[in-house]
Design a protein around this ligand. Structure first.
Ligand SMILES: [Zn+2]
Length: 56
């Protein structure tokens, strides 16, 4: 087991997503400042450019 360092500001943010193909829910490490996230679903094997749900 390894703990993540808590001192440095992360370049990514944990975001809940759901697969547009199969509806599976997952968490991804979304790079800060990016509106889209290229993601491949390990469940249905399809690839998507996910968009952030939250409007800042
Ligand atoms: Zn899927």
């Amino acid at each position: 087991m390894s703990d993540e360092p808590t001192g440095a500001a992360p370049a990514t943010q944990r975001e809940p997503i759901s697969c547009p193909g199969c509806g599976r829910h997952d968490w991804v490490s979304w790079p800060l400042g990016h509106d889209t996230y290229p993601w491949k679903c390990f469940n249905c094997g399809k690839e998507f450019d996910l968009t952030r749900k939250r409007a800042h």
